[in-house]
Design a protein. Sequence first.
Length: 206
Amino acid sequence: MVERQLRDRGIRDLRVLDAMARVPRHEFVAEQYWEQAYEDHPIPIGHGQTVSQPYIVAVTLDALDLQPFDIVLEIGTGSGYQTALLAELTDRVYSIERHEALAHLAEAALLRLGYSNVNVIVGDGSAGLPALAPFDAIAVSAAAPQIPKSLLEQLREGGRMVIPVGPADVQELQLVRKLQDRPLVETLEGCRFVPLIGDQGYGSGW
Ligand code: SAM
């Protein structure tokens, strides 16, 4: 997975590649999917959700340019796979998931693998986590109609956010840098994520 899907496709950050070689993706999916766990596609995790494609996770982590002492907010814990990678690369990860059952499963997998620098919170991540802001980096794993104002406010000056933005069928994965209190946006890739359902995302009708 690391050689063919990540390094050969341009992921260069050695810390990201090493972390992706260490974290066992199969531990975050049901046993019936273990054979596919290192293939280049999303995998169902229940409740209509998926664990993201490894390449897109790597692009996200690469662009976030994470530092060991960073405090990170993740929106959309899902299986907890990307959460584990964030926990490998930074000091503290707060991850919000709207499906309680998924949050509990992810928390159990993270504990089983020994990650003690992660807090999984059940709720609407589109509003962020104002009580613990500002964050050095924010990783959003569900597609938003536009960059949620709350998340931008909760990013520290100089901080980085990666977020898929756009309609249901196809989105752009955007890197947002906060500079002088304004967003500087760069498009990284085309992508297709499940919707961010919440106050500052899409309504529950999508
Ligand atoms: N990165 C995850 C992983 O490694 O498994 C995959 C995330 S999955 C593509 C997107 C997740 O975002 C789903 O679990 C979904 O329930 C969650 N989600 C959608 N809207 C949300 C919201 N407003 N707040 C928190 N989680 C949300």
